[in-house]
Design a protein around this ligand. Structure first.
Ligand code: ATP
Ligand code: LTN
Length: 331
């Protein structure tokens, strides 16, 4: 083992990976991967809190893992695997359930949103979802969790659970920190710029998938909802324009202020075209790598099999410690 710190993060295989997920999470993963021991999981256990079609889910899980690699994650130096391949996630989640209060879970905004959206299926998994997420993170003695800002509340709960458990049993879990990018913390829907861009949005014009072809990307940006005052400025109330400026800045790596200066005086039409072009160029190498990797099933298979094996080993060390502390008889 080296002395690098540990990163854990994951995306649930629902819908398709959007530029929201890419700019909010995946791009940070790629940027941080050389400086940390990284564990990136396709969190398939999380995805069944909403009903999934099994055939579509299996294919989507493979597609997501392939897209992690296509985005530039090095699957040989990092652990990349499916959450369901490492049973320790579910085992620790059960234990942590017994250290989490109903009131804490009831306050989670994702639970409130999703139970409003899926009123016919408010299952217990939807409620305890953040506990499984805490288990994912705490299993690996994670230092840093790169996510979008929508996950901040879950992350804080994970910290609270860790601190509570440590308070009873001594130092068992590392208390993790979040890593939330500035411009891309919350990319908004292109159609409804007051709501988060979501990968399961039924309106496909609201999001850009990282695998959308260039013409689709251009069309979606052309249709992006803006406002009628015609000024490219970053301020409250200009949600559509703010969002496009955030996207452009996150892609180019320049500050929002510089982006505003770059576009000042231009019309919305030209501005949207320029943003679209920057996104097309950013995604071009990702899509190229995806096309190559998708043909190489043996390689993908090797990555996730070895990833899960190594992850299971690391997880078993934490789980053993937890079992001992709880008073379970050694296996
Ligand atoms: P769903 O809509 O299906 O619930 P989602 O698009 O919110 O999905 P998640 O799987 O919940 O995606 O999130 C994966 C990662 O992407 C998380 O780190 C999350 O914070 C980040 N993320 C999701 N949407 C955005 C967004 N619009 N802007 C920035 N980051 C985002
Ligand atoms: N809940 C996260 C996905 C997720 C995750 C994690 C992110 C599950 N487990 C652990 C970071 C670390 C979401 O984005 N909806």
């Amino acid at each position: 083992m080296n002395d690098k710190k540990t990163i854990f993060s994951g995306i649930q295989p629902t819908g398709c990976i959007t530029i929201g997920n890419y700019l909010g999470a995946l791009k940070s993963w790629v940027q941080l991967q050389n400086d940390y021991n990284c564990i990136f999981s396709v969190v398939d256990l999380h995805s069944i809190t909403v009903r999934q079609d099994p055939i579509a889910l299996r294919k989507r899980c493979m597609d997501f893992l392939t897209q992690y690699l296509a985005c530039g994650i090095n699957g040989e130096d990092n652990l990349v695997y499916f959450q369901s391949h490492v049973p320790a996630h579910a085992e620790l989640a059960w234990i942590l359930n017994c250290f989490t209060y109903m009131g804490e879970l009831g306050r989670m905004t994702q639970f409130k949103d999703k139970s409003a959206k899926h009123a016919d299926n408010i299952n217990a998994g939807l409620f305890t979802y953040p506990v499984l997420m805490a288990a994912d993170i705490l299993l690996y003695q994670t230092d840093l969790v790169p996510v979008g800002i929508d996950q901040k509340q879950h992350l804080e709960l994970a910290r609270d659970i860790a601190i509570r458990f440590n308070g009873v049993f001594g130092d068992v879990f590392k208390v993790p920190e979040g890593y939330i990018p500035k411009e891309a913390a919350r990319i908004m829907s292109l159609q409804e710029p007051t709501s988060k861009m979501s990968k399961s949005d039924p309106n496909i014009n609201g999001f850009v998938s990282i695998l959308d072809d260039p013409d689709t990307i251009r069309r979606k940006f052309k249709r992006a909802v803006t406002d009628s005052d015609g000024e490219i400025a970053y301020r409250e109330g200009k949600d559509g324009i703010n969002n496009l400026l955030n996207i452009y800045s996150a892609v180019t790596g320049q500050s929002v202020e510089d982006s505003v200066n770059e576009f000042s005086g231009l019309g919305y039409g030209t501005f949207k075209e320029r943003v679209a072009e920057a996104v097309v160029e950013e995604l071009r190498p990702v899509q190229q790598r995806y096309a190559d990797l998708a043909k190489n099933k043996d390689y993908i298979n090797k990555i996730y099999t070895e990833g899960a094996k190594h992850a299971a080993y690391l997880a078993s060390k934490t789980l053993r410690k937890v079992h001992r502390k709880l008073g379970y008889v050694d296996r």
